[in-house]
Design a protein around this ligand. Structure first.
Ligand SMILES: Cc1cc2nc3c(=O)[nH]c(=O)nc-3n(C[C@H](O)[C@H](O)[C@H](O)COP(=O)(O)OP(=O)(O)OC[C@H]3O[C@@H](n4cnc5c(N)ncnc54)[C@H](O)[C@@H]3O)c2cc1C
Ligand code: FES
Length: 245
């Protein structure tokens, strides 16, 4: 874990209640590792965890929904604002677990960390199928970016305003994709349904409310087959067979 200052390069709306935040590090060579960062927003005691959506030396991209006071305050910050950021947090998806063909299943902004994984899988020459679920068309993010990389992309919306009407599990049933390993991120109820629907190995990225974000306070635990684990330190990504939903 590292504590650094990053400067906002851009912070703009990309979909309904959704912002894309690009941050530059003080060190232009810094390549941020881990699965998520923990942002300190002025006026808030607790940091806010956000997944890495993209990274390059000296720069990271995050996508966030404005759901509460912290993310609304974040959305109001202009370019040039300096932010205190903890980096290098969390155990991310394992691209090596997939032999040849990966299935990515996202719900909402679960698409953000799966996009970074998608880039890593394609860099390894693997086939990638992505199924992305949203409530409605104006909440869709990263569709063009996934289409530019993936062998196939399916969209599902709950109201049917784009792609298949219904849940990602409906899109999966319609697609019948072939894959050897799956990766999922999104609301817990969606990931549970995905893990139950998919007959094969995979991993899921969990979300829990966090205090320290770095393994000290134990406020983010989840139950696994080998006892309680800290989502921030032992996860947020866990193998399907480890999880007790
Ligand atoms: C590992 C991880 C990665 C995440 N990645 C993303 C992402 O890429 N994009 C995105 O939009 N959201 C992501 N979230 C959820 C995001 O952290 C919350 O939406 C955000 O903290 C809400 O803050 P708020 O002040 O607007 O909401 P409030 O409800 O006012 O927050 C109150 C407190 O609850 C916490 N909290 C509220 N909702 C959540 C939540 N769903 N998960 C964890 N803590 C929460 C806040 O951090 C804060 O401490 C992630 C969460 C985790 C745990
Ligand atoms: S948030 Fe403190 S241990 Fe996970």
């Amino acid at each position: 874990m590292e504590k650094s200052r990053f400067t906002i390069v851009s912070n703009r709306t990309v979909a309904t209640q959704t912002h894309k935040l690009v941050l530059a590090a003080g060190d232009p060579d810094l390549l941020v590792g881990g699965e998520f960062v923990h942002l300190l927003i002025d006026g808030f005691y607790l940091r806010r965890p956000l997944s890495l959506c993209d990274r390059e030396p000296g720069r990271i991209t995050l996508l966030y929904k404005t759901v509460g006071e912290g993310t609304k305050a974040l959305a109001s910050l202009p370019e040039g604002t300096s932010l205190d950021v903890l980096t290098g947090l969390g155990k991310g998806f394992d691209p090596d677990a997939c032999r040849e063909s990966a299935l990515l299943v996202a719900g909402g902004l679960g698409a953000a960390p799966l996009y970074l994984l998608c880039k890593e899988l394609k860099a390894q020459g693997k086939q990638v199928i992505a199924v992305l679920g949203f409530n409605k068309a104006d909440e869709i993010v990263l569709e063009d970016e996934f289409r530019a990389l993936c062998d196939h992309v399916s969209i599902a919306t709950l109201d049917g305003s784009a792609g298949t009407r219904g849940f990602v599990t409906d899109a999966l049933a319609a697609l019948q994709p072939s894959w050897d390993y799956f990766y999922t991120c999104g609301p817990a109820v969606m990931m549970k349904a995905v893990c139950q629907a998919l007959d094969g190995p995979g991993e899921a990225s969990l979300e829990e409310r966090m205090g320290c974000g770095a393994g000290f306070c134990y406020c983010c635990t989840c139950e696994t087959v080998s006892g309680a684990k800290r989502v921030c330190q032992d996860g947020p990504v866990f193998k399907k067979e480890e999880l007790l939903w």
